[in-house]
Write a protein that binds this ligand. Structure first.
Ligand code: 4AD
Ligand code: MG
Length: 503
């Protein structure tokens, strides 16, 4: 078989009418009469390859008919436009070669539990959903670097092994460093502040680690964070930087990943709205909203919506279960089974939300000034908005030692969290930094941190201190928000979570 004109599925559009060879894997196949429909993936997309009996040698046809999912193969054929087909093109096959057959690929179209899929993450990465999320993550990371590189920021890599407590003492991963206990970094911020005094505008970008004892959908123990830091900036300047930055990331994804967003059924119109200015609320205003009538009504409305969604799901489940009892083609059975499993998952989620709704409504109503906003409080505020929301000026006692006290109201700090809309919650945390030597030294002491370890950090206030600030954006949370993925563990190839490290 000639293997001339090797191409990728992403390049089929430039090869209509030509004979090309694709190198990939069998995503799924089905037979209909004397025709085989093989959906092939090659890392750049999916393409339906149509094999008519007689178009290739009989023995190859027979082999292809029995070929298991994820077998590797090369397929040669003529490219034609086919709007109904995945990707918009088809291959009329003239030749095929099996490179290595896969027998009994463990992941099948039928239902698999989360645990099973995480144990098979090395294979699950090949699935459409994971592939799309990974492509979008790639764009997000590329956009992050591009934004800062094009806006005069200098990249400074900060250490992963450190003696500094960057955020809080409770979530440190200890490391035995030649007999001295140190830990994995929680943030590059303290070091990147030093770099800001050299370059003015800097950023660090790397993995960060938190031994957070929470198994929520928003927490990983290892996650990627980008942290810009700027000399001579105030809180308003930081908010402006953050909204331009996040809008740029979203615009890049819209430009480069439309088809992946469509495959993931993302609400593209909603993403198109992500443009400056974002909403701005102070913490005190957020407390007023949470404890007011608006939240009460909002929560009641949400409960009604959840209950009607529950009824819808239950109806569809009984409809499908009824169908499954009848005579169906195998592929239809598999398709129904996959839909059933998705519906069952959604039902569990909706049930949890129905159960939590009154609890969360009560927590919100009883919220008192001085507490940190909890996950459910953030979710409520975030659900009420269609664009990201800055929440600023939190009570000093709830926040990290380095945040600058508001000189007009010493009870609060000049900080912000950025909440992604529609319930996703916090994707950025940032602040102006305490630039006064005495105030900072007092905060370090008050928080029981080792004064000795922080002397170099205090030097930044001893020698030419300036107002400065920055923020950290979590990559996985941002990808989860943009892709509509509920759990951030799906937004990194090999997630690390509190209860388990799978592979
Ligand atoms: O709000 P955080 O803790 O802020 C800092 O670390 C600051 N030092 C950043 C700075 O000002 N330079 O974390 C920042 C972001 C969060 O908004 C969230 O997106 C992400 O990091 N993040 C996590 N992502 C996944 N799993 C976790 N356990 C996370 N903890 C924080
Ligand atoms: Mg935070």
């Amino acid at each position: 078989m000639p293997e001339t004109n090797k191409t990728s599925i992403s390049n089929l559009k430039d090869n209509v009418g030509a004979e090309v060879t694709l190198q990939g894997w069998l995503y799924r196949g089905r037979k209909s009469g004397k025709v085989l429909f093989l959906v092939v993936r090659d890392g750049t997309g999916l393409c339906q390859c149509v094999v008519e009996k007689g178009a290739i040698p009989d023995e190859v046809f027979e082999e292809l008919k029995r070929l298991g999912a994820e077998s590797s193969l090369t397929v040669t054929g003529t490219v034609r436009v086919e709007e109904r087909s995945v990707g918009g093109f088809e291959l009329a096959v003239t030749g095929a070669k099996i490179v290595s057959p896969a027998i009994d690929y463990p992941i099948t179209p039928k239902a698999h539990g989360v645990d099973f899929l995480l144990k098979h993450r090395h294979l699950h990465l090949r699935s459409q959903r994971q592939w799309c999320i990974g492509k979008i993550r790639h764009t997000v990371i590329d956009a992050i670097r591009r934004f800062f590189n094009d806006n005069g920021f200098t990249l400074t890599d900060t250490p992963i092994l450190t003696a500094m407590v960057g955020e809080d003492k409770q979530s440190l991963f200890e490391v035995d460093y030649f007999g001295t206990p140190i830990h994995l970094t929680q943030t590059g911020q303290l070091h990147v502040e030093a770099a800001a005094m050299s370059y003015g505008k800097v950023y660090c970008f790397g993995p960060t680690f938190r031994a957070e004892k929470s198994k929520t959908r928003r927490h990983l123990t290892e996650f990627w964070m980008v942290e810009p830091e700027v000399a001579y900036i105030d809180l308003d300047g930081l908010l402006e930087l953050a909204e331009n930055f996040v809008s740029f990331i979203v615009a890049q994804v819209l430009e480069q990943n439309k088809s992946q967003l469509e495959t993931l059924s993302v609400d593209i119109d909603a993403l198109e709205k992500i443009k400056p200015p974002f909403y701005r609320l102070t913490y005190s205003e957020a407390v007023e909203i949470l404890t007011g009538e608006k939240t009460k009504e909002f929560m009641a409305g949400e409960l009604t919506e959840l209950q009607s969604r529950k009824a819808e799901i239950e109806n569809r489940i009984s409809e499908l279960e009824e169908q499954q009892k009848g005579q169906l083609k195998q592929w239809q059975k598999d398709k129904n089974a996959a839909e059933l499993s998705e519906l069952q998952n959604e039902l569990t989620e909706v049930d949890t939300k129905i159960q939590n709704n009154p609890k969360h409504a009560e927590l919100a109503a009883e919220f008192r000034w001085g507490k940190d906003l909890g996950g459910s409080d953030e979710t409520i505020i975030s659900r009420m908005h269609d664009k990201p929301i800055f929440v600023t000026h939190y009570p000093k006692e709830t926040k990290a030692f380095y945040m600058k006290a508001d000189r007009k109201n010493e009870k609060v700090v000049l900080n912000f969290d950025l909440l992604a809309p529609k319930g996703f919650g916090e994707i950025i945390g940032g602040s102006a930094r305490e630039d006064d030597f005495d105030l900072l030294a007092a905060r370090i002491e008050a928080q029981g941190l080792e004064a000795e370890d922080y002397q170099w950090y205090l030097d930044l206030r001893r020698y030419g201190s300036v107002p400065h600030g920055g923020f950290g954006l979590g990559v996985e949370r941002t990808v989860a928000w943009i892709t509509g993925e509920k759990h951030i563990r799906q937004c990194i190839a090999f997630p690390r979570m509190m209860d388990k490290v799978y592979i």
